[in-house]
Design a protein around this ligand. Sequence first.
Ligand code: MOS
Length: 750
Amino acid sequence: MSTSPIGTPVSRIDGPKKVSGRACYAIEHPMPNLAFAAAVTSTVGSGGITAIDTADAEKMPGVLAILHHGNAGRLYRPAGALEEMSRPGESRPPFEDENIYYYGQYVALVVADTYEQARDAASQVKVSYDVKKPLVRMRDSPLGGGSKLAGEANAPAPKAQYSRGDAEAAYQQAPVKLDYTYITPVETHNPMEMHGTLAVWEGDRLTLYESSQGVVNHHNVASQVLGMPPENIEVISRFIGSGFGCKLFPWPHSWLAAMAAKKVNRPVQFALPRSLMFSCVGHRPSVEQHIRIGATQEGHLTALLNDVRNGTSFVDEFLEDCVDPTKMLYSCPNVAARQIEVKLNVGTPTPMRGPGRTPALFGLESALDELAIKLNLDPLEVRLRNYAEKDESDGRPWSSKHLREAYQMGAEKFGWSRRNPQVGSMRNGSEILGWGMATCTWPAHQRAADVRVRLLADGTARASCATQDIGTGTYTIFAEIVSDRTGIPVDKIDVVLGDSSLPPGPTSGGSSATSTVIPAIAMATDKAMQAVLKAAPKAADSPFAKADPKSLKFSQGRVHAADQTPDSGVRFQEILLANNLVGLDGQASTNETEAQKKYSTHSFGAHFCEISYDPDIVRLRVTRWLTVMDGGRMINLKTARNQIIGGVVMGIGMALFEETIYDARNAQPVNDNYADYLVCTNADVPDIDVVFLDYPDTVMSEYGARGIGEIGLTGCASALTMATYHATGIRIRELPIRIEKLISDAASRA
Ligand code: MOS
């Protein structure tokens, strides 16, 4: 009797390949006659190239070519946004002209026989610049740092806005008012595997081995930028050392590798060093939220206003959307939110895990805590009093929302009722304890996917789709669904992903890959099983020679009479063999259903955390963490838990460490390495307790999965600033919570 793997902790089917070193990552593909590229990048933040002297570099050993704007071939700006699945990371092709928009921008590319030779020669390319003073920080822009967005005559047109009721009037009349600005800094994605491209030409056909969160999107953009017919390009990304968003859209290094490989007529590997991960492949922009809240004495919101600005580059627009979460998270009759972008001399930003909502919730959730403190209410109670029973932004009902249960279960498990709200009142020996909590939320989406499933004569199955597994467990999800339908064990199911020539699949982004691929996998599997049932009567020696296929059933890997048990029938491969068939296919697509448009589909959850603070040495440690998640049905408990834990770890990093610091003189990201850009280590993270409510969201699909890759990160930072306030009495409104902020604030209060 086989059992379904759905909802169980199945280990990753690609795990053995990864831990044994057999999984081949982008630049690792063995390639004869490989040449290597190294970049020369801008050492100024703004201005233009006046001269490039390559004479010395060209004479160095092994050098094959040096490309720059003066000699490189043509690349095209992609039409981009208007077309589905054709979004570039940065729209300006490299080497377009002599203009410099940010520090670290590609200026030249050296190709040589070895990586060391390429790097050495790159260091000898002499570039002269006409230098302008760069604009690096939002607060240095005329549009940054406290400039008024609301009601100002020359305020720029917002890139996003929303309103209901009359928020300004309601705010003026509110008995309780709150007015604060919350700031999150630039953060940089730090996946273990850095970006890299291996470009291989065979005649006019190009293969790009990439580390990509979207092989189909990458393929489509490549065809536009390189000006090539799409059928002549294949993008392969079998294994990815994670991405967090910086690999969603293709970046200029991919086009440079293709260009270089063509030029030297050899395969070229262009691997980015860690330092360029901080300038050329996106970042989460800094966000400033000016939040005003009007409320009753009982803590009911009457007005919520959020004026938001985020940084972007001079090359592209980028919205880190904080308007969207502001309008739906809590019940409030009068809401007004608007957001502008501030152009800076930095590379183009890009989504980073939980884009928009993560900075948005730092502001919103912090403001709600401050309201609770002001009214002497429990922070959890304030959230319950403003619970949104429907999506008030557009009036639609929630597809499935059990946030109240998440709050209550979390409070009970954490022991929240024992919290003494008095600042500094809870102790563990000489250390002060601080408790915090926050809501988390992320929208659920279903996009388009085509999946092919083949049942094979050797008793195995194969599922294929041009999506990819960025480390989240997508390979395993495919196998689980096929196994659930057919009864074929997970370890007998081969999953083929990460190749743009397969049936088109979704980008691994927006926490939507799982919910997108599931219906297509299920339908494709059903079609393949139907094909086997149809073939069952066809073979001369079939045990079902005269049977009507409708009277037959496929279950537990066997074909049998529908009114009998599986063991009465035969293994499905016997039907295939009897028909001399190597296999039978089913192919199906996922598309958004009409039903989904009637509902607002979101995941929700609640974080509860404890910090331990030693006032003598100003040391703050996170000591307890509990997350209760209402994320729809979990298809794989192990990888699901892993996603929430990973999100919370990043949330702790966001609260305590992460910040990309730019030198105001030349716009250089100065902490562009693992030593200076701090992320959590194991010592910074306590055991993280994750509880899933596991209510299937049947509006999404029969399986009820919503998506959980990003939600764990949302809300974490405000839970920690709240815990910090509870322990120290210091409210941090600009992340990260640095020790020096606690010291200087303590000193200024003394
Ligand atoms: Mo996610 S920021 O959509 O990779």
